[in-house]
Design a protein around this ligand. Structure first.
Ligand code: ASN
Ligand code: ZN
Ligand code: CA
Length: 333
């Protein structure tokens, strides 16, 4: 039995948000009948089991970790935003494009400092963080990042190692960021950083404006890129997206271009004009869902993105030329 109701969520990172919940006998459950019946369960710091969150007055959480429902609000909100982003912007009906919602498991295990998507349960798992370097990993960009792994798996299915693994990770950073911009939430404004809300000891997990700022990611393609961990070989594709969307003269941050392998040089000779986030995201979504395959590498991603831009905007269009120029700027020729 499902009956959509309007609830209020008091989140950890996004202030107070509107949640669509499910009216049941005696109260409400944290399930969204309007978005594929997405729901959130409380793992109660265990790694198995879990029960759906329920509430009597449809006001969930207290913006603090002292109420276990607060992190559940962030997770449920992040799932709703990701659903809406893919549906409204890209016409995709859920992660698998079949109208089925995923579910969330929050408070997974103890001091668990990660979040991950699983294809087998079609579900999201969120840890509370270790309390030293990471808080609960339920921010909008992390939720969008993780669920995009589900989208990738149901489309190009980029193999999670080597260069295709870096492209897989970058796809999650790109659309996680796009979901954050889409949310337009005053408490968690859109930016080109990943994980800025959940980090305690550092400012971000990853930085699309300057990937190497994390101390490990590459800014530019080089022949050994595929040997890096996939969370670091994502750097050139993350930076490509940033340069394509915003260009080199953005007020947002420094935008190095690349020459000779992974050497970063100051911008000057190679100035780029951005085509805007929305056009850049449309191009990458088409590349992901129509052009790329499990074994696509960086050279293949360049070809896929140019082909997608040609389809959407025409060969020789400003957008198509900008796609090529941005790939060249990160060393992919
Ligand atoms: N949070 C990590 C990620 O989505 C989990 C993993 O290593 N796959 O990249
Ligand atoms: Zn990931
Ligand atoms: Ca962010």
């Amino acid at each position: 039995h499902t009956a959509a109701a309007n609830g209020t969520g008091k989140s950890l990172y996004s202030g107070n948000v509107v949640l669509t919940t499910n009216s049941v006998t005696g109260g409400y459950e944290l399930r969204d009948p309007s978005r594929g019946s997405t729901y959130t369960i409380n793992m109660k710091n265990k790694s198995q089991g879990g029960t759906i969150f329920t509430d009597t007055d449809n006001i969930w959480g207290n913006n603090l970790t002292s109420d276990t429902a607060s992190a559940a609000v962030d997770a449920q909100y992040g799932t709703a935003l990701t659903w809406d982003y893919y549906k409204i912007v890209h016409g995709r009906n859920g992660i698998a494009n079949d109208g089925k919602g995923a579910y969330n498991r929050v408070h997974y295990n103890r001091s668990y400092a990660n979040a991950y998507w699983s294809d087998s349960c079609f579900c999201m798992t969120y840890g509370d963080g270790d309390g030293r370097s990471l808080r609960a990993l339920v921010s909008i960009d992390v939720a969008g990042h993780e669920m995009t792994h589900g989208v990738t798996s149901r489309s190009a299915n980029l193999t999670y190692s080597g260069e295709s693994g870096g492209l897989n990770e970058a796809t999650s950073d790109i659309f996680g960021t796009m979901v954050e911009f889409y949310a337009n939430n005053a408490n968690d404004a859109g930016d080109y950083l990943i994980g800025e809300k959940v980090m305690i000891s550092k400012a971000f997990l990853r930085n699309m404006m300057k990937p190497s700022a994390d101390g490990a990611s590459a800014d530019c393609w080089y022949s050994g890129l595929g040997s890096l961990d996939v969370h670091y070989s994502s750097g050139p594709a993350n930076h490509w997206f940033y340069l394509l969307a915003e260009g080199t003269n953005s007020s947002l941050g420094a935008s190095p271009t690349c020459v000779a392998g992974n050497t970063r040089v100051a911008t000057g000779s190679g100035s780029l004009s951005g085509i805007g986030r929305d056009a850049a995201a449309k191009i990458w979504y088409r590349a992901l869902t129509v052009k790329m395959t499990s074994s696509t590498n960086y050279a293949g991603a360049r070809a896929a993105a140019i082909s997608a831009a040609n389809d959407l905007y025409g060969a020789g269009s400003t957008q198509s030329n900008a796609v090529a120029a941005a790939w060249s700027a990160v060393g992919v020729n």
